[in-house]
Structure formats: structure tokens, C-alpha cells
Design a protein around this ligand. Structure first.
Ligand code: SF4
Length: 698
């Protein structure tokens, strides 16, 4: 079975480092009477056939040893049963790949896209499909950061204009059109806009039920974000007691699937099965998400998203086709044209939603509450364990009454803490694996164990206020740091064979780089990214081989690229300074407040800590932070004002189009609510697995 060349075990390391053991929780269905040991210590030994035995170590006497056997070394021991791990047990921790997952991933690879495109060329009118590609903003940011870093490392000057996501989108569109024959390429931010609207609606529904108290309030709040399939997969398999709290709103990828197949396809005269939808995402988990049964259209026997590829796979496709993404394409700096008539299905591009680079879910709720509030609200934030776990509180200015408490929680370890906290607050029994599953098995019983339903408003300054919402993401740093993103870039030597100062150097001889395919130990196997120095080819391609996934500095650079506004000006003005490492760290200027989308401040320590936002519709200017360094200017230049005006126009366009999409898809009759559920919401499944636990049915 052939994997995509872009896929390696380290690529899959989304949120648990490879050094950690598989944490699949084990539930022992028919527990044996406890064996007692005197002297306490036992050891596990492996015999020549690979069987495992538990043996008493020296001085220990094992009692109750009913199944003792003699191993090949003559020790007495108990043969241990081999653990069976199937796809159903997998927590998508990326510590291993099961064969079933490998089939799924093989079916969703860049090779599969090439195969489809080849076969589609020769297809008859009846079987021909319309290829469509959608790309998330995080892959665009990853590509932009990578191109900027490469440009900086090869630039002789100290500054180079940053490549923006807008430019990258145009270049990807050109690549798809000219090299692949895909004419329809969109970014997914309009789908995210729809998802955020639905998400707000769901939050209001849950809040209303929570207010009722009693049975109706059970499992409603805190609402937990649902856009991250890594988190969903983990919750379904290890913490099913959390499922009632998870938002039912589809992720932007799946909303894009609905948009492409059900709405745009219809306008273009294609049924869903006649559209082939490729999605470019920052992680491998999105492949598993697209494969869920819930997103399969039984009527047309097709999926909302036919194939998911990662940023790395898209880059691989370009390399295989000999396409240089560093080359500008005509018109890439032009302003985006707006839809000229009401019938147009053109989508607004790269809509920036203020908040986080992982979807801005929490900030969209905060903004919504501020907009709807009759009194001014103050937003404050507090970093908990680290920057990836931060609490946000909205209080009534003056009285200090807390009206909302939310958190951003990224990374697997933070996520486990939040699960425990929510369980404690809501009286749900949580424990990793079996205990959690047992709690969840009761299904409706989740609610029965609730200590106290309803978060209510507090007048204690928010100290004991329960969470109303948590933006949960499995990757540390969020989606900009997804496992499918590009690796950090190492500055190239100035010219082959010369060092930084221009002196001739033999890089192989000096041990700086390795001959191609040779590891540190001299073996001719693939280099190990974590220990081996980069190869000549790697250096020449500008890709660091010893760079670790999750490098914080690199994540900040991708984050900075994410927030670059590339819609109007070449970014030379803002000026990305090439730093010592040769990678571009953006210095970005942003103005505005949360209400007009004029500034997209990511949730972060400096973004909200200690700042106060006015309530109602009169939010004062807010300092924002994009990645590493942001300067906020109060005296906006005309270019900035133009960009700001364009963002507002785009937002209005998006709102208007969203209304139209909803009306056309869902109708306005009695079936509207049912249709809305069908097109924009989903379900989660915790089911019995054959090993006695609960697991996901893909
Ligand atoms: Fe994928 Fe984002 Fe979740 Fe990471 S945080 S697994 S990139 S959806």
C-alpha cells in the first residue's frame, strides 16, 4: 500500500509527541481476581516467539498464579494477552497508523487527485465531473510564510516584501487552472462565515435551554467547539460523556462541502455526484472527518468532500508538476472584484474573522454578546497553564457582574485538563478511557449526574463562574500548527559550496550536511528528521530536515502570515524584516475594534489581557497582536483606511450572500429548520466497540 510521499509518521504528530506511548485506554470487561505479590516487583519478559510474560523479579513470590508457564529462560511467568487495537480504538493521537486508517488516508491523497484528474480527462459526458478545489486559510498562511522565508534567505537585502495569503491564493488558482485543469478554486473563509453564524445560533439555543434549568439544561453549556476532528475523535472514543456539550455545527470544511455540492453545483447545473471536491487542509485529521458516514450523501452516493489533501501534499503536487509557487502570477496584487449582480455565485475571498487563526469561534461569541448587550461589557483574559490555555471573561462595566466566561484551549494536554474541569463543574464523571466511557454509556444519564445545571450569571467577578464556551483545538498553537502544514525553512547557503561570508566550504566533508539518503550512523536509510542533519538536497530545496514540527517560532511566523491583509497593497509597506535566521517575521499594522472586523486580534496573551472593550455597539479601538509583533497605529494611513473599508464591504457582502444561501438551501417553509439541521449540523457517535469500550463508527 503506497502512502502519499508527503506523509510520514512525524507528519501525523498532531498533538502527542512520538515519544509518548499509545494512551489507548483499556477497559477490562471481565476482571480477574486481583493477584497478590509478596515482594511487590514483577517484570515483563519477551520470549523468542515474541510472547510477553509477567514474571516475579528476584525475591518476589507470585501467589494465585493459575496460568503460570515456563518461558525459554526457565522463569515462571504469566503469559500476557496481546492487546488488539483497531481503528475503532484509535484516538487519532498519531502515535501509530492502523491499516484501516492507512486505507482511508491512501484514498485521500494527492495521488488520488492525480488519478481522478487523469480519468476525468477521458470520461464521457455522462461520467465527467466538475473538479472544484477549496483551500483553508491556514494552508495559505503556511505557504505564504514558507515563500517569505525562502525569499528572505535568498535575498541580499535585509528586507523583502512578505508574500501574502491573497497572493498565494492567486498562485494556487493559477496552478490549479493551468497545471491541473481545475478552474474553480475557492478559499474556505465564506464557509467559515456560514459556520460561525450557525454556531452563534446554536449557542443561543443552548443558552436558552440552560436558562430553563432542570432536564432541559443538561449537557447544554459549556458549548465546546466542534471544528477540530482531532478533538472530536478523542471525545468520541475516550470521553463520550463530553459529547452532549460539543457543538453540532459542521466544521468549515464540511460546510464548504455543502456549499460546493448542494448550492454552487446546483447553480452550475451539476448534481452532487457530478462534482469532485478536493479540500486542502492543515492536518490529516480532516481526511478522517471527510470520511465520516454523516457526510455521505446516500441519495447521490457521494461525499461532501471527495478528497482531502494537506498543505504538504499540495506543495508536493506543485513540485511533481514542476510548478514554482515563488513566481508571481499576473494580477495577484489586484483588488478583489465584488459580485456585481444578485444572481452571482461568486464568494467573497479571505474574509478575516477577528479572534483566533483557528476559526475565531470564541471571539465570534464574545463579539455577538457585546453587540447584543444593552449595557457596556468589559472583556478581560487570564492565561492559565500556558498561552494555549486562556480564559476570557465578560463583565458588566461598573457592577462587575460576570455574564460570560469562555476559554481557548489548544493542545492535547490542555484539552484533558479542560475535560476534567468541565466534568467537575457540570457533575459529569470524567476519566480517561474506561471510566469516561462508562459515564458516557449511560447516554441520557449524563444529565442525571449533573450536580448543577446552568452556568447562570455570577456576581463574584467570575471567579466561580462556570464556562459557557470553550474553543477546543487539538494542536498546540491551533490550526496554523497542524500536522499537515509545511515544515520550517532553513536559510540556504548563499551559493552552493560557499558559507555565509562567501568562503568555499565542503558541507558534506565538514559534516554540516549529509550525502543524500545517508544518516548519521552511515546507514542508507531515510534520514531521521529529529536527529540527522539536513541533506544536500534538503538544504538546496530550502527545507529543514531537522526542524521539529511545532517549532514555536515558526508557528508564530505562520500565525503572522495568517493575519496579513493582502487584499490591497503589496506588503513592502508593512515590511517584513529578514531577521538573523533569514525567516520573515512580519511587522503588521492593524487598527479598529471587534465590531467592524477592522482588526482581527488573535486570542492571545497580549490581545486581550487587561484590555477593556466597550459594550453595545461602541467598542473602542483594541490593540491586536498577530503572531509575534504588531504595531497598532491610531492615525491610519489612506491605504489602511481603504483596506478597512474593503473589509467592511466584504463583510456586508458575506452577510448578504449567507442570507441568500440559507434561503435557497433551506427554504422558508416548515422544513426550513429540518433542512438547516441537515445542511449545517451533524451528530457524534459513541458506540460499543468489540473490545468492550465505546468507539467511533466511521
Ligand atoms: Fe486539525 Fe486544527 Fe484540529 Fe490541529 S487543531 S487537528 S490542524 S483541525
Amino acid at each position: 500500500m503506497a502512502f502519499s510521499g508527503a506523509l510520514t509518521l512525524t507528519d501525523l504528530n498532531d498533538f502527542i509527541s512520538p515519544s509518548q506511548a499509545c494512551i489507548k485506554p483499556v477497559e477490562q470487561a471481565d476482571k480477574k481476581p486481583e493477584e497478590k505479590y509478596v515482594g511487590a516487583k514483577t517484570e515483563i519478559v519477551v520470549d523468542s516467539s515474541g510472547s510477553y510474560y509477567e514474571v516475579a523479579s528476584e525475591g518476589a513470590v507470585q501467589l494465585n498464579n493459575t496460568s503460570a508457564q515456563i518461558d525459554n529462560e526457565g522463569s515462571t511467568g504469566t503469559k500476557l494477552e496481546q492487546a488488539q487495537i483497531s481503528l475503532n480504538d484509535c484516538l487519532a493521537c498519531s502515535g501509530c497508523i492502523t491499516s484501516a486508517e492507512s486505507i482511508l488516508i491512501t484514498l485521500q491523497s494527492h495521488a488520488e487527485v492525480f488519478t481522478f484528474l487523469d480519468s476525468n480527462k477521458d470520461a464521457t459526458e455522462d461520467t465527467k465531473k466538475l473538479p472544484v478545489l477549496s483551500i483553508a486559510p491556514q494552508p495559505l498562511a503556511s505557504l505564504a510564510a514558507s515563500l517569505t522565508a525562502s525569499a528572505c534567505s535568498s535575498s541580499s537585502s535585509s528586507a523583502a516584501p512578505p508574500i501574502t495569503p491573497h497572493q498565494v491564493l492567486r498562485r494556487v488558482q493559477a496552478f490549479c487552472r493551468e497545471a491541473l485543469g481545475i478552474a474553480h478554486v475557492f478559499d474556505t473563509t465564506f464557509a467559515r462565515h456560514l459556520a460561525l453564524r450557525e454556531h452563534l445560533l446554536e449557542f443561543e439555543e443552548r443558552k436558552a435551554k440552560d436558562k430553563l434549568g432542570g432536564e432541559a439544561a443538561q449537557g447544554q453549556l459549556p458549548m465546546l467547539a466542534s471544528a477540530c476532528p482531532g478533538w472530536i475523535c478523542y471525545a468520541e472514543k475516550a470521553h463520550s460523556e463530553m459529547l452532549p456539550f460539543i457543538s453540532r455545527t459542521k466544521s468549515p470544511q464540511q460546510v464548504m462541502g455543502t456549499l460546493v455540492k448542494e448550492w454552487m453545483g446546483k447553480h452550475a447545473g451539476f448534481t452532487p455526484d457530478k462534482v469532485y471536491h478536493v479540500s486542502v487542509m492543515p492536518c490529516y485529521d480532516k481526511k478522517l472527518e471527510a470520511s465520516r458516514q454523516d457526510f455521505y450523501n446516500d441519495v447521490y452516493s457521494t461525499r461532501d468532500v471527495d478528497c482531502v489533501i494537506t498543505t504538504g501534499e499540495l506543495e508536493l503536487m506543485m513540485r511533481e508538476k514542476g510548478w514554482d509557487l515563488a513566481q508571481p502570477v499576473p494580477g495577484e496584487l489586484d483588488e478583489e472584484a465584488e459580485a456585481v449582480n444578485a444572481e452571482s455565485t461568486a464568494l467573497p475571498e479571505l474574509i478575516q474573522h477577528a479572534g483566533s487563526s483557528s476559526g475565531s469561534y470564541l471571539m465570534s461569541i464574545i463579539e455577538h454578546l457585546q453587540r447584543e448587550s444593552a449595557v457596556p461589557l468589559t472583556l478581560s483574559s487570564k492565561i492559565m497553564r500556558n498561552a494555549d490555555y486562556e480564559e476570557f471573561t465578560l463583565t458588566v462595566a461598573g457592577s462587575g457582574k460576570t455574564v460570560f466566561k469562555g476559554a481557548k484551549c489548544y493542545g492535547f494536554r490542555n484539552l484533558q485538563n479542560v475535560v476534567r474541569k468541565v466534568g467537575r463543574e457540570r457533575g459529569v464523571r470524567t476519566a480517561g478511557g474506561a471510566a469516561g466511557r462508562l459515564a458516557g454509556r449511560a447516554g441520557a444519564g449524563v444529565g442525571r449526574r449533573l450536580k448543577k445545571a446552568g452556568g447562570g450569571g455570577d456576581e463574584d467577578g467570575g471567579k466561580d463562574k462556570q464556562y459557557d464556551y470553550v474553543e477546543v483545538m487539538a494542536c498546540p498553537g491551533g490550526c496554523v500548527n497542524g500536522g499537515g502544514q509545511l515544515k520550517p525553512i532553513l536559510p540556504k547557503p548563499q551559493e552552493s559550496g560557499a558559507d555565509e561570508e562567501g568562503y568555499p566550504r565542503d558541507w558534506v566533508q565538514t559534516g554540516v550536511v549529509l550525502p543524500e539518503n545517508e544518516t548519521e550512523m552511515g546507514a542508507t536509510t531515510a534520514p531521521r528528521a529529529d536527529v540527522d542533519p539536513p541533506s544536500v538536497a534538503a538544504i538546496e530545496s530550502g527545507v529543514v530536515m531537522n526542524a521539529k514540527w511545532g517549532d514555536k517560532d515558526w508557528t508564530r511566523r505562520v500565525e503572522a502570515a495568517y493575519w496579513l491583509d493582502g487584499s490591497l497593497e503589496p506588503m513592502g509597506q508593512a515590511g517584513v524584516q529578514c531577521d538573523e535566521e533569514g525567516s520573515g517575521g512580519a511587522e503588521i499594522k492593524m487598527n479598529g475594534g471587534p465590531h467592524d472586523l477592522d482588526a482581527p486580534p488573535p486570542l492571545g496573551p497580549s490581545a486581550a489581557r487587561g484590555r477593556a472593550m466597550g459594550g453595545g455597539r461602541e467598542g473602542p479601538t483594541v490593540s491586536g497582536r498577530a503572531g509575534g509583533r504588531v504595531n497598532v497605529k491610531s492615525d491610519a494611513t489612506s491605504a489602511e483606511r481603504r483596506r478597512s473599508a474593503q473589509r467592511i464591504r466584504k463583510k456586508r457582502w458575506a452577510e448578504k450572500l449567507a442570507d441568500r444561501v440559507l434561503k435557497e438551501l433551506c427554504g422558508s417553509d416548515d422544513d426550513a429548520v429540518k433542512n438547516r439541521q441537515r445542511f449545517f449540523r451533524t451528530e457524534y457517535h459513541a458506540v460499543e466497540s468489540d473490545v468492550g469500550g465505546l468507539a467511533v463508527k466511521w
